[in-house]
Design a protein around this ligand. Structure first.
Ligand code: ADP
Ligand code: ZN
Length: 766
């Protein structure tokens, strides 16, 4: 069918050529490079059948034969030549799209991700495409699970000893009192769907396929009124963004603004101008902040707002993706992966709370959405705004070095002051007589005052459960998970000891499992204990806990926030779920029950995380007419992160911290790559890590590259698998990092099992 091609070349189908068909000579073969979703960092070459010649262009999906299997791939390049002999080339089996599904820009972005984060082009493309486009089948229905009628405590008790997994499923459903998506339940309980299916077979639960519920986010609107006029600082920021937009210039900005300073208003103004210019915008927010309230801010201002989030079914996601791709200028709001939204003519990318670790993806491709946002903006000549009250040191340093424009909003809009922060030393404060020993008399007094004034309070403690440590005063041992290197946490309501890593659990015990003495002590406290102690102390107060144990469904979370907003709850107690973005004007006290949980993590970012946490939680108070105050309880009142956070001194903290980092060569002054090994056999994992490290050491010649380890990871075992890692550290500037990354990839591809996982610019070292 070579003639077809010629005819088309002469004019698209209008003047069929009457030239005789010719077989092309060897040498003018048309081949396509296809990226497949496989962990091999190369593309595969296929012959383009002549019939398809005109239509196979970069960005279309194709089906190919790969080792006898039919695989879906994306064409990333169309070329005239191949070094593979013709006889060995297979033709593309099928062309799946009439026009490119992945724009040139997104194909380019995928390549950048593959290079930057040490994965294959196909793996990067798989992250970009919505699930519905990666396979043939898509569906609008979801599988839900609920308790069957007349199933109760008796049925539950029967399963307790014989079928612990089914017991967990049934108990959770009883607590839930309603249906939940099966995949969510399984993910939360860290189980396959087998126990649930067995329960269904035995008539204890009902599993059914139902139409996906319409999402609250779809209708979200909130009456956010445009302020009469921008503050002077907002105006300066908006002008800078408008200027870059007008010039169609690629530019990145850090918008550093304290909580409540009106950053959102700046985003809205930039997006508005982009729309006037016929250009689209993408707004990334942390998943937890993707609430109807947040989405509503954008909806109340703009006509065409699309939302992308993890709760959608594959088909909903696909529909949304296609409507974005063909929808002209619009605003897309979403979590991490919304950075891949196929909008036309991107003008503005916003990354709100850019310091959030959740912007880094925890599985391959391990990209950081903030860095992808900067690159995507570059490819589209768009403006990228990174907003935060507590920028990551990476972003802050880039702004100081002039790589990003630095816009500042140092004061709250409307001139309200930032709330005063009181630091209480748990070592010297008088403690209230609560068993947890985590309430100072001072904090209790302040809570009492808030309740008397009929205002609201938020108490933050970043730990789930009742008691995180069970300690035997006889043998001095703690009770630990058998499969993970962590202590078991006592959950009181369900009377179980739960491993927060693998989710396995045991019945609560009185005597020590190690020495059998009845000498177990339930030490310290998690959110559940704090909730209980509050209820006991403040009779009549309406206390609600908000953590992943009580908020298993997104609806639960939204329902509680609504109730809190209507004043039906007095005190909200919770984990990091309540640290983000909440804006309730009647909250006048925010207590951080213990600021120490992040402080002593074996991670060089521990101080930074602690500072961010205090600043973010503190940002929840005094947002309305009423003045607010913050109480921070800690055993380390002198720690610089806590002292600086209590003075709202981000600048001072960032300067001191960045000096430390520079000394140690850590990010942002150095670059890190983590090489991670995991296996049920300890000797195997030790051997694999050592072999890899030795091979790498033998080949690294650059003296500025440091190889640290291999060593057991801080969490040395999880889910019965031993964990070892190796850290590679190089200066940020220069080519050392790229060189050692290439070496690591090469060695990883050759490695025998257990093969390493490569994590470029890791955000967690646990
Ligand atoms: P941030 O995103 O920085 O935390 P927001 O954009 O949510 O802050 O603004 C905080 C509050 O200040 C909101 O209630 C908003 O309506 C109000 N606000 C923002 N800009 C102005 C302004 N120029 N004048 C008066 N109020 C403003
Ligand atoms: Zn465990």
């Amino acid at each position: 069918m070579a003639g077809t091609r010629r005819a088309r070349a002469a004019g698209p189908g209008l003047f069929p050529s009457d030239e005789p068909e010719r077989t092309p000579d060897v040498g003018v073969l048309r081949v396509a490079s296809v990226a497949l979703n496989r962990p091999v960092r190369r593309e595969f070459t296929y012959l383009i059948p002549d019939a398809l010649a005109e239509r196979v262009v970069p960005g279309v999906r194709v089906a190919v034969d790969f080792g006898g299997l039919r695989e879906l791939g994306v064409v990333v390049q169309v070329g005239g030549e191949s070094d593979v002999p013709r006889a060995k080339l297979k033709p593309l089996a099928k062309l799946l799209d009439a026009e490119p599904l992945v724009s040139r820009e997104l194909v380019g972005l995928a390549r950048w991700i593959a290079t930057e984060y040490a994965c294959s082009w196909g793996e990067a493309l798989a992250a970009i495409l919505p699930a519905g486009l990666k396979s043939e089948a898509g569906h609008r229905r979801v599988t839900t699970i609920r308790l069957a009628e007349n199933v109760g405590a008796r049925e539950l008790a029967e399963l307790e000893t014989t079928q612990p997994k089914q017991h967990r499923v049934l108990r959770t459903l009883m607590e839930l009192g309603g249906a939940i998506e099966l995949r969510d339940l399984c993910r939360q309980l860290n189980l396959s769907d087998a126990p649930a299916r067995t329960l269904a077979k035995n008539g204890l639960v009902v599993i059914e396929r139902v139409e996906a519920a319409r999402d609250a986010l779809e209708f979200a609107k909130s009456g956010r009124t445009r302020p009469e006029r921008l503050t002077e600082r907002q105006r300066v920021a908006v002008e800078a963004l408008h200027g870059a937009l007008a010039a169609r210039e690629h530019k990145g900005f850090l918008l550093e603004g304290v909580t409540g300073s009106g950053k959102t208003e700046v985003y809205l103004e930039a997006i508005e101008r982009a729309l006037e210019l016929g250009r689209s915008s993408i707004v990334l927010v942390p998943e937890i902040a993707l609430t109807p309230q947040t989405v509503g801010w954008f909806r109340s201002r703009f006509e065409r707002v699309a939302v992308l989030h993890s709760r959608m079914t594959d088909l909903q996601r696909l529909d949304m993706w296609l409507s974005i791709a063909h929808g002209g200028p619009m605003v897309v709001v979403g979590a991490r992966s919304a950075i891949f939204a196929p909008v036309s003519d991107l003008g503005v990318v916003v990354v709100d709370e850019e310091h959030e670790p959740s912007f880094k993806q925890g599985s391959t491709p391990r990209y950081h959405a903030r860095d992808v946002a900067l690159e995507r903006a570059r490819l589209s000549n768009a403006v990228c705004v990174l907003g935060s009250a507590t920028p990551s040191l990476e972003t802050w340093c880039a702004a100081r070095e002039g790589k990003l424009g630095h816009l500042r909003l140092p004061e709250r809009a409307g001139g309200k002051p930032l709330p005063p922060v009181e630091v209480l030393d748990l070592k010297s404060e008088r403690l209230a007589s609560t068993p947890s020993r985590l309430f100072s008399v001072r904090l209790i007094e302040q809570l009492r005052a808030v309740l008397d004034r009929k205002e609201q309070a938020i108490l933050f403690l970043n730990r789930r459960g009742f008691s995180p440590v069970l300690w035997c005063s006889g043998c001095k041992e703690t009770v630990r998970c058998k499969r993970c290197d962590v202590t078991l946490v006592f959950h009181r309501r369900i009377q179980r000891l739960v491993c927060h890593l693998c989710c396995e659990e045991l019945p609560a015990v009185q005597s020590c499992p190690t020495c059998t003495k009845p000498a177990l002590r339930y030490l310290s406290a998690g959110a559940e204990r704090i909730e209980q102690e509050l209820v006991e102390r403040f009779e009549g107060a309406r206390v609600q806990r908000m953590d992943s144990d009580t908020m298993r469904r997104r609806e639960d979370y939204e329902r509680v926030l609504d109730a809190f907003g209507r004043g039906e709850i007095d005190v909200l107690v919770g984990t990091q779920m309540i640290a983000k973005g909440l804006d309730f004007p009647r909250v006048t006290l925010v207590g951080i029950v213990s600021a120490d949980s992040a402080l002593y993590l074996p991670d060089f970012r521990a101080s930074e995380r602690t500072f961010q946490l205090i600043a973010q939680v503190a940002g929840r108070a005094g947002r309305g007419e009423l003045a607010g105050r913050i109480v921070v309880q800690t055993h380390s009142p002198q720690h610089s992160a806590i002292v600086r956070a209590s003075h709202h001194d981000f600048e001072g903290f960032a300067k001191a911290e960045s000096e430390l980092r520079a000394e140690l060569g850590y990010p942002p002054y150095g670059r890190l790559m983590r090489v991670f090994f995991e296996d049920p056999s300890e000797p195997k994992v030790v051997q694999a890590a050592r072999t890899f490290a030795d091979a790498l050491r033998a080949r690294v010649t650059d003296p500025t590259t440091a190889l640290l380890g291999p060593a057991p990871a801080p969490i040395a075992m999880a889910r019965g698998r031993f964990r070892h890692h190796l850290l590679i550290k190089t200066p940020r500037v220069g080519s050392a990092f790229a060189a050692v990354r290439e070496l690591a990839i090469e060695l990883a591809e050759q490695a025998a099992a257990p093969r390493p996982t490569l994590d470029v610019d890791p955000v967690s070292l646990l």
